[in-house]
Design a protein around this ligand. Sequence first.
Ligand SMILES: Nc1ncnc2c1ncn2[C@@H]1O[C@H](COP(=O)(O)OP(=O)(O)O)[C@@H](O)[C@H]1O
Ligand SMILES: [Mg+2]
Length: 236
Amino acid sequence: MSSPSSSGGDGAGAGVEVRELSHRYERPEGRLTVLDGVGFSIPPGGHVALTGASGAGKSTLLSILGGLEPPQSGHVHVGGHDLDGLDGDELASYRRRTVGFVFQHFGLLETLTASENVEVALTLAGTRARARRARAAELLAAVGLADRAGHRPGALSGGERQRVAIARALANRSRLVLADEPTGNLDERAATRVLDLLEQLPAERGCTLVVVTHDRSVAERAPARLHLDEGRLSGP
Ligand SMILES: Nc1ncnc2c1ncn2[C@@H]1O[C@H](COP(=O)(O)OP(=O)(O)O)[C@@H](O)[C@H]1O
Ligand SMILES: [Mg+2]
Protein backbone atom coordinates (compact mmCIF):
# COMPACT_ATOMS: atom_id res chain seq x y z
CA MET A 1 0.00 0.00 0.00
CA SER A 2 1.24 3.52 -0.74
CA SER A 3 1.45 6.09 1.99
CA PRO A 4 -1.85 7.34 3.42
CA SER A 5 -0.72 10.93 2.90
CA SER A 6 -0.90 10.45 -0.86
CA SER A 7 -4.27 8.81 -0.87
CA GLY A 8 -6.84 11.20 0.55
CA GLY A 9 -9.16 8.87 2.48
CA ASP A 10 -8.28 7.06 5.66
CA GLY A 11 -9.62 3.69 4.61
CA ALA A 12 -12.21 3.23 7.36
CA GLY A 13 -15.80 2.94 6.20
CA ALA A 14 -17.95 6.04 6.27
CA GLY A 15 -21.16 5.89 8.27
CA VAL A 16 -24.22 7.32 6.49
CA GLU A 17 -27.04 9.15 8.25
CA VAL A 18 -29.91 10.61 6.24
CA ARG A 19 -32.86 12.42 7.75
CA GLU A 20 -35.91 14.05 6.17
CA LEU A 21 -34.26 14.23 2.78
CA SER A 22 -36.47 15.62 0.03
CA HIS A 23 -35.55 16.29 -3.58
CA ARG A 24 -37.57 17.83 -6.37
CA TYR A 25 -36.98 18.50 -10.03
CA GLU A 26 -38.68 21.44 -11.72
CA ARG A 27 -39.68 20.29 -15.15
CA PRO A 28 -41.67 21.95 -17.96
CA GLU A 29 -44.61 19.70 -17.15
CA GLY A 30 -44.45 20.56 -13.46
CA ARG A 31 -42.61 19.79 -10.25
CA LEU A 32 -41.55 16.20 -9.65
CA THR A 33 -40.95 15.12 -6.06
CA VAL A 34 -38.42 12.30 -6.32
CA LEU A 35 -37.52 11.96 -2.65
CA ASP A 36 -40.16 12.83 -0.09
CA GLY A 37 -38.67 12.96 3.39
CA VAL A 38 -36.54 9.81 3.34
CA GLY A 39 -34.42 8.73 6.28
CA PHE A 40 -32.06 5.82 6.90
CA SER A 41 -28.67 5.05 8.30
CA ILE A 42 -25.85 2.73 7.28
CA PRO A 43 -23.14 1.84 9.78
CA PRO A 44 -19.47 2.23 8.78
CA GLY A 45 -18.55 -0.79 6.67
CA GLY A 46 -22.20 -1.65 6.03
CA HIS A 47 -23.49 -3.07 2.75
CA VAL A 48 -26.93 -2.03 1.53
CA ALA A 49 -28.85 -2.77 -1.66
CA LEU A 50 -31.10 0.04 -2.89
CA THR A 51 -33.97 -1.09 -5.08
CA GLY A 52 -36.96 0.52 -6.76
CA ALA A 53 -38.64 0.79 -10.15
CA SER A 54 -37.00 2.72 -12.96
CA GLY A 55 -37.51 6.42 -12.25
CA ALA A 56 -38.02 5.85 -8.52
CA GLY A 57 -35.09 8.11 -7.64
CA LYS A 58 -32.31 5.61 -6.94
CA SER A 59 -29.67 7.43 -8.99
CA THR A 60 -30.77 10.75 -7.51
CA LEU A 61 -30.26 9.42 -3.99
CA LEU A 62 -26.87 8.01 -4.95
CA SER A 63 -25.85 11.34 -6.50
CA ILE A 64 -26.71 13.12 -3.25
CA LEU A 65 -24.78 10.61 -1.12
CA GLY A 66 -21.85 10.97 -3.50
CA GLY A 67 -21.80 14.75 -3.40
CA LEU A 68 -22.74 15.17 -7.07
CA GLU A 69 -26.00 16.89 -6.11
CA PRO A 70 -26.32 19.03 -3.01
CA PRO A 71 -29.23 18.05 -0.75
CA GLN A 72 -32.16 20.42 -1.30
CA SER A 73 -33.64 19.88 2.13
CA GLY A 74 -32.99 17.58 5.05
CA HIS A 75 -29.75 16.28 6.54
CA VAL A 76 -27.12 14.06 5.01
CA HIS A 77 -24.07 13.08 7.06
CA VAL A 78 -21.39 10.84 5.59
CA GLY A 79 -18.27 9.90 7.47
CA GLY A 80 -18.19 13.06 9.55
CA HIS A 81 -19.16 15.36 6.66
CA ASP A 82 -22.37 17.30 6.86
CA LEU A 83 -23.24 17.41 3.15
CA ASP A 84 -26.08 19.89 3.53
CA GLY A 85 -23.57 22.39 4.87
CA LEU A 86 -20.91 22.12 2.13
CA ASP A 87 -20.43 24.53 -0.77
CA GLY A 88 -19.46 23.47 -4.31
CA ASP A 89 -15.71 23.31 -3.70
CA GLU A 90 -16.15 21.43 -0.46
CA LEU A 91 -18.46 18.92 -2.15
CA ALA A 92 -15.85 18.41 -4.88
CA SER A 93 -13.22 17.74 -2.24
CA TYR A 94 -15.59 15.35 -0.44
CA ARG A 95 -16.15 13.47 -3.71
CA ARG A 96 -12.44 13.14 -4.38
CA ARG A 97 -11.48 12.11 -0.89
CA THR A 98 -14.36 10.01 0.34
CA VAL A 99 -16.40 8.56 -2.51
CA GLY A 100 -15.86 6.00 -5.23
CA PHE A 101 -18.47 5.61 -7.97
CA VAL A 102 -19.08 2.52 -10.08
CA PHE A 103 -21.55 3.08 -12.92
CA GLN A 104 -23.59 0.71 -15.07
CA HIS A 105 -21.87 1.96 -18.20
CA PHE A 106 -18.44 1.76 -16.55
CA GLY A 107 -17.56 5.42 -17.24
CA LEU A 108 -14.03 4.62 -18.38
CA LEU A 109 -12.11 6.95 -20.69
CA GLU A 110 -11.69 5.05 -23.95
CA THR A 111 -8.38 6.64 -24.94
CA LEU A 112 -6.66 5.74 -21.68
CA THR A 113 -5.31 2.36 -20.61
CA ALA A 114 -6.76 0.49 -17.64
CA SER A 115 -3.89 1.74 -15.52
CA GLU A 116 -4.36 5.35 -16.63
CA ASN A 117 -8.09 5.15 -15.94
CA VAL A 118 -7.35 4.11 -12.37
CA GLU A 119 -4.66 6.78 -12.09
CA VAL A 120 -7.00 9.62 -13.08
CA ALA A 121 -8.55 9.78 -9.63
CA LEU A 122 -5.08 9.92 -8.09
CA THR A 123 -3.96 12.68 -10.42
CA LEU A 124 -6.89 14.77 -9.23
CA ALA A 125 -5.80 14.12 -5.66
CA GLY A 126 -2.28 15.30 -6.46
CA THR A 127 -0.48 11.95 -6.17
CA ARG A 128 2.88 11.81 -8.00
CA ALA A 129 3.30 9.74 -11.15
CA ARG A 130 5.40 6.93 -9.71
CA ALA A 131 3.12 6.44 -6.70
CA ARG A 132 0.09 6.61 -8.98
CA ARG A 133 1.37 3.86 -11.22
CA ALA A 134 2.25 1.65 -8.27
CA ARG A 135 -1.13 2.14 -6.66
CA ALA A 136 -2.96 1.48 -9.96
CA ALA A 137 -0.96 -1.74 -10.44
CA GLU A 138 -1.81 -2.86 -6.93
CA LEU A 139 -5.53 -2.14 -7.42
CA LEU A 140 -5.68 -3.81 -10.82
CA ALA A 141 -4.01 -6.86 -9.32
CA ALA A 142 -6.58 -6.86 -6.52
CA VAL A 143 -9.39 -7.08 -9.08
CA GLY A 144 -7.61 -9.81 -11.04
CA LEU A 145 -6.42 -7.62 -13.92
CA ALA A 146 -2.67 -7.40 -13.33
CA ASP A 147 -2.02 -8.50 -16.90
CA ARG A 148 -4.49 -6.00 -18.42
CA ALA A 149 -3.02 -2.76 -17.07
CA GLY A 150 -1.88 -1.59 -20.52
CA HIS A 151 -5.13 -2.42 -22.35
CA ARG A 152 -7.60 0.26 -23.38
CA PRO A 153 -11.28 -0.34 -22.52
CA GLY A 154 -12.05 -1.34 -26.11
CA ALA A 155 -9.78 -4.36 -25.67
CA LEU A 156 -11.47 -5.50 -22.46
CA SER A 157 -14.64 -7.53 -21.88
CA GLY A 158 -17.61 -5.98 -20.07
CA GLY A 159 -16.73 -7.73 -16.84
CA GLU A 160 -13.11 -6.61 -17.11
CA ARG A 161 -14.16 -3.01 -17.74
CA GLN A 162 -16.36 -3.07 -14.67
CA ARG A 163 -13.48 -4.45 -12.63
CA VAL A 164 -11.30 -1.56 -13.85
CA ALA A 165 -14.10 0.77 -12.73
CA ILE A 166 -14.06 -0.85 -9.28
CA ALA A 167 -10.28 -0.45 -9.07
CA ARG A 168 -10.70 3.21 -10.00
CA ALA A 169 -13.43 3.65 -7.39
CA LEU A 170 -11.00 2.40 -4.75
CA ALA A 171 -8.04 4.48 -5.89
CA ASN A 172 -8.31 7.08 -3.14
CA ARG A 173 -9.12 4.53 -0.48
CA SER A 174 -12.73 5.61 -0.77
CA ARG A 175 -14.64 5.20 2.46
CA LEU A 176 -17.96 4.99 0.62
CA VAL A 177 -18.41 3.03 -2.61
CA LEU A 178 -21.58 3.78 -4.56
CA ALA A 179 -22.43 1.37 -7.36
CA ASP A 180 -25.29 2.28 -9.72
CA GLU A 181 -26.58 -0.83 -11.48
CA PRO A 182 -23.03 -2.17 -11.67
CA THR A 183 -24.05 -5.45 -13.28
CA GLY A 184 -26.68 -4.08 -15.67
CA ASN A 185 -24.49 -4.60 -18.74
CA LEU A 186 -22.88 -7.89 -17.77
CA ASP A 187 -23.68 -11.50 -18.44
CA GLU A 188 -24.42 -13.65 -15.42
CA ARG A 189 -20.92 -14.99 -14.95
CA ALA A 190 -19.26 -11.58 -15.19
CA ALA A 191 -21.96 -10.10 -12.93
CA THR A 192 -21.30 -12.70 -10.26
CA ARG A 193 -17.59 -11.98 -10.36
CA VAL A 194 -18.14 -8.22 -10.07
CA LEU A 195 -20.58 -8.66 -7.18
CA ASP A 196 -18.20 -11.00 -5.39
CA LEU A 197 -15.54 -8.34 -5.70
CA LEU A 198 -17.76 -5.48 -4.55
CA GLU A 199 -19.02 -7.49 -1.62
CA GLN A 200 -15.50 -8.13 -0.40
CA LEU A 201 -14.96 -4.41 0.09
CA PRO A 202 -16.76 -4.01 3.41
CA ALA A 203 -14.98 -7.05 4.84
CA GLU A 204 -11.51 -6.50 3.42
CA ARG A 205 -11.20 -2.73 3.13
CA GLY A 206 -13.83 -1.55 5.60
CA CYS A 207 -15.63 0.43 2.87
CA THR A 208 -19.29 1.20 3.21
CA LEU A 209 -21.06 -0.11 0.10
CA VAL A 210 -24.36 0.90 -1.51
CA VAL A 211 -25.42 -1.08 -4.58
CA VAL A 212 -28.35 0.15 -6.65
CA THR A 213 -30.09 -2.59 -8.56
CA HIS A 214 -33.46 -3.54 -9.93
CA ASP A 215 -32.36 -7.16 -10.07
CA ARG A 216 -33.88 -9.09 -7.21
CA SER A 217 -31.14 -11.70 -7.09
CA VAL A 218 -28.53 -8.94 -6.75
CA ALA A 219 -30.49 -7.23 -3.96
CA GLU A 220 -30.91 -10.49 -2.08
CA ARG A 221 -27.16 -10.83 -1.75
CA ALA A 222 -27.03 -7.74 0.47
CA PRO A 223 -27.49 -8.11 4.24
CA ALA A 224 -29.65 -4.96 4.31
CA ARG A 225 -32.06 -3.61 1.72
CA LEU A 226 -33.83 -0.33 1.13
CA HIS A 227 -36.67 0.04 -1.33
CA LEU A 228 -37.71 3.36 -2.91
CA ASP A 229 -41.31 3.80 -3.98
CA GLU A 230 -43.15 7.06 -4.68
CA GLY A 231 -40.45 9.07 -2.97
CA ARG A 232 -40.55 7.01 0.23
CA LEU A 233 -38.24 4.34 1.58
CA SER A 234 -39.20 1.02 3.05
CA GLY A 235 -37.19 -1.90 4.38
CA PRO A 236 -36.93 -5.26 2.60
N1 LIG B 1 -31.80 16.52 -13.73
C1 LIG B 1 -33.07 16.14 -13.79
N2 LIG B 1 -34.03 17.02 -14.15
C2 LIG B 1 -35.33 16.65 -14.20
N3 LIG B 1 -35.78 15.42 -13.89
C3 LIG B 1 -34.87 14.50 -13.51
C4 LIG B 1 -33.47 14.81 -13.45
N4 LIG B 1 -32.81 13.68 -13.04
C5 LIG B 1 -33.74 12.74 -12.87
N5 LIG B 1 -34.98 13.21 -13.16
C6 LIG B 1 -36.24 12.46 -13.04
O1 LIG B 1 -36.37 12.07 -11.69
C7 LIG B 1 -36.89 10.74 -11.61
C8 LIG B 1 -35.92 9.86 -10.84
O2 LIG B 1 -34.76 9.67 -11.63
P1 LIG B 1 -33.58 8.71 -11.18
O3 LIG B 1 -33.10 9.16 -9.86
O4 LIG B 1 -32.60 8.68 -12.29
O5 LIG B 1 -34.35 7.32 -11.01
P2 LIG B 1 -33.81 5.81 -11.05
O6 LIG B 1 -32.32 5.84 -10.92
O7 LIG B 1 -34.49 5.13 -9.89
O8 LIG B 1 -34.26 5.23 -12.35
C9 LIG B 1 -37.15 10.29 -13.03
O9 LIG B 1 -38.50 10.52 -13.34
C10 LIG B 1 -36.25 11.18 -13.84
O10 LIG B 1 -36.77 11.37 -15.12
MG1 LIG C 1 -30.83 5.14 -12.17
